[in-house]
Design a protein around this ligand. Structure first.
Ligand code: DGL
Length: 260
């Protein structure tokens, strides 16, 4: 019984690295790199990508799915989660839990444009923390930077300044990373926050939710199978760069290879 982890590309690795330290189960990671970035795609496209990816993960033996993508969790899951056969954990509930434990009142959220436009964080955080202020900033340049391995240096800093300044100018007391790719920018983000504002990465809370919901048994020596829908070599090289470790082989999923 395997757990499938799904994202558009590298971002879901931030959840994967938390999950593997909490659960010993076979993991199958799928990055839908042929359709990157997800943040500028329509709800119909995102739904179709998720359908195909879910079928693929099922065909690899996954019986539990982690949607390690805020964009799919915001735009697709609320409409279809109740129709799915497999248990699915998305990003939003874990992120709300993490923000509630941090105890902020003026919460900034950095997210993809699709997540920002969905209004999901504005609503979910507004409901969970009545009276709080939620300011969501779309940050379209950040995912391409992470996918290019540009996680420090002037390009990342300039883009982050542009997106974070409006939030900082409005006096946020905490900043939620509303896209799994942004975990890999935590270092320059922390520098720009300057110690006053709390940085909230939802990945550990999401992994905790999976741990609580996972019905499978512990398996010793469980490993991860990595799959992408385009450019496996590039994915492996950049993943190793941003994670700082060597990964096993990354396989290419061919179009239509969904087992359905
Ligand atoms: N990492 C995903 C997210 O959390 C998708 C980012 C993208 O491809 O735009 O939203």
């Amino acid at each position: 019984m395997s757990i499938g982890i799904y994202d558009s590309g590298l971002g879901g690795l931030s959840v994967w690295r938390e999950l593997r330290s909490k659960i010993r189960a076979p993991l199958v990671y799928f990055g839908d790199t042929a359709h990157l970035p997800y943040g500028d795609k329509s709800p119909e496209q995102l739904r179709e990508y998720f359908r195909a990816s879910l079928a693929f993960l099922e065909s690899r033996g996954c019986q539990f799915i982690v949607v390690a993508c805020n964009t799919t969790s915001s735009v697709v899951l609320p409409k279809i989660k109740h129709l799915l056969r497999l248990p699915v954990v998305g990003m939003i509930e874990g992120a709300v839990e993490a923000v509630c434990s941090a105890g902020g009142r003026r919460i900034g959220v950095l997210a993809t444009q699709a997540t920002a436009a969905s209004g999901v964080y504005q609503n979910a955080l507004g409901d969970a923390l009545p009276g709080s202020e939620v300011l969501v900033q779309g940050a379209p340049e950040l995912v391409p930077l992470v996918e290019a391995g540009e996680i420090s240096g002037p390009k990342a800093r300039t883009a982050l300044e542009k997106y974070m300044e409006p939030l900082l100018a409005q006096g946020i007391d905490s900043l939620l990373l509303g896209c799994t790719h942004y975990s890999f920018l935590a270092e320059p983000i922390t520098q720009l926050l300057g110690g006053e504002v709390r940085l909230i990465d939802p990945a550990p809370a999401v992994a905790g939710q999976v741990q609580a919901a996972w019905p499978g048994a512990e398996v010793s020596g469980a490993e991860t199978e990595f799959w992408v829908s385009a450019q496996p070599k590039k994915f492996k090289a950049t993943a190793e760069l941003i994670l700082g470790e060597v990964l096993p082989p990354v396989y290419l999923k061919m179009p239509g290879e969904e087992g359905s």
